[in-house]
Design a protein around this ligand. Sequence first.
Ligand SMILES: Cc1cc2nc3c(=O)[nH]c(=O)nc-3n(C[C@H](O)[C@H](O)[C@H](O)COP(=O)(O)O)c2cc1C
Length: 382
Amino acid sequence: MITPKLFTPLTIRGTTTRNRVVISPMCQYSANKGRATNWHLVHLGRYALGGAGIVFVEATAVEARGRISHLDLGLYEETHVESLMPVAHFLKENGAVPAIQLSHAGRKASGHAAWQGAGPLSAEDQSFSQAPWQAVAPSAVAAEGWPPPVALSIQDISELIDSWRSAALRARAAGFDIIEIHGGHGYLIHEFLSPVSNFRKDRYGGSMQNRMRFALEIVEAVRSVWPDDKPLFFRVSALDGSGGGWTLDDTVTLSRLLHQSGVDLIDCSSGGMTGPTPTMAIPREYGFQVPFSETVRREVGILTCAVGLIIEPNLAESIVKEGKADLVAIGREALNDPNWALHARNKLQAGEFGDWPLPFRGWLERRAATIELLERGLSENK
Ligand SMILES: Cc1cc2nc3c(=O)[nH]c(=O)nc-3n(C[C@H](O)[C@H](O)[C@H](O)COP(=O)(O)O)c2cc1C
C-alpha cells in the first residue's frame, strides 16, 4: 500500500521527522515562575504518543519582560533549562522531534492568561501576586486595549538580541532539536516588522530594510550558537490583514533574507497586529492560511509549514501532496484529539495500527478484529 505523503519522513539538516504532522505551539498558562510543570510534560507527551512528527513547546520567553503573562514558560534562567529537559527527553524517546518556540511578547506582555480574558494586567492584579510590569516595543505606541509600551533604546535592542542567543543556548542544553523564532501575532519581532507599530527614526525603523533588521539580527545571533545540524524555523504573520500594514509580498522578501541567514523553514500564520491602524482579519475557512505557505514556498524555494483550521486528514494530505507546504501544523484539533496523527494515518491508510505505541498496538488490532466480526453479525464465540 502506498504511504500517504503526510506520513513520509522529512530530513532538515541533521534532523529527521517521522512524518509531516507538527503540533503547533500553544500557550498553556501553566508554568511556575517560568519553569515547565507536570502539565507541560503530560500535555506535550500525549502528542508524541499520538504519533506527531514534531511537537512544539509553546511560546517561551527569552526574558522576563517578554512573557505574555506570569504563567508563561521562560528560558532566561538556568532553572528553566532543568524543567524542560524531561519534556524534550520524553518527546524524543517516543519518536517525536522535540521543538521549542522562542518568543518575546513586546507591547502585548504583562497580560492575563487566556481563560482570564487575555487583557492587560492592572494595578488591582497586584494583590493577587500578579503585578503588572512595563512592556517594551519598537515605539511607544500601544496595541488596541493595551497600555503604552516604552520604546527600546539601541542599547536595549543589543541586550535583547543577546537574550535570544542565551535562550537558544539553553534550548540546546535542554535537549531540543528545533527552535522556532516567533516573528508573528503582533509580538515584538512582528512589531518591528510592521509599519503599523514601528515608527522609529533610527536604523531599526523607517524603510523595510530597517524594520527587518531586528529579526535578521536575532536569526544571526541564534544561528551562531544553534548547531549546524539542527533546524531553525521562523513563524511569520504572513500579513497583518486586508487593510495594509505588513503584506504577503513583504513576507516573501523577508523569507528570502531569512533563508540566506540560516532559517530552514517558514511557518506561515497571520494576523495579531492590533492598532493603531486598523486591518481587517482574514476570513476564516478550512486551511485559510495555506495560500500564504504556498506562495512563500513557490517564490522563495524554502520549506514551509501550513497552519490554521486544518482538521480533516484528507485536507492535510492534499496540502503536502500538492506542494503547498512541507509540514502541516495542527493546533486546536490536537487539543480535541491528541491522537490526531495516528487517527489520520488510520483514515488515510485504512486501519493500520503499526504506528501506535507498542503497549497499545496489539490490543487495538485485536479489538478491531472483534469489531469487524460484530459488524458482520458474528461473534468471536461462534
Ligand atoms: C491555546 C492556544 C495557544 C496558542 N499559543 C500559541 C503560541 O504559543 N505560539 C504561537 O505561535 N501560536 C499560538 N497559538 C496559535 C496556534 O499555534 C495556531 O497557529 C492556531 O491555533 C491556528 O491553528 P488551529 O486552527 O489548528 O488551531 C495558540 C493557539 C491556541 C489555541
